[in-house]
Design a protein. Structure first.
Length: 70
């Protein structure tokens, strides 16, 4: 990042980052976001990227006002 004169960046891996890498990112002046495999999967699911919906579940609850007289 220094050679490109960047002030911030994102590193993504499908694996995980070492403790040393995570500590290093906290010590340097540049803003770097590390996204590991677990976080990447969570973001993909949250934003619907590269995922397929296999089943949708409908949950019903009783309407307590349904039988009340007006």
């Amino acid at each position: 990042l220094s050679e490109q004169h960047c002030r911030k960046g994102v590193f993504i891996t499908t694996s995980s980052f070492s403790r040393e890498a995570q500590e290093y990112v906290g010590l340097i002046e540049k803003r770097i976001v590390l996204i590991d495999g677990a976080r990447l999967a969570a973001l993909m699911i949250e934003y619907g990227v590269g995922v397929t919906t296999r089943q949708t579940l409908t949950i019903k609850t009783l309407d307590s006002d349904y039988f009340l007289e007006e």
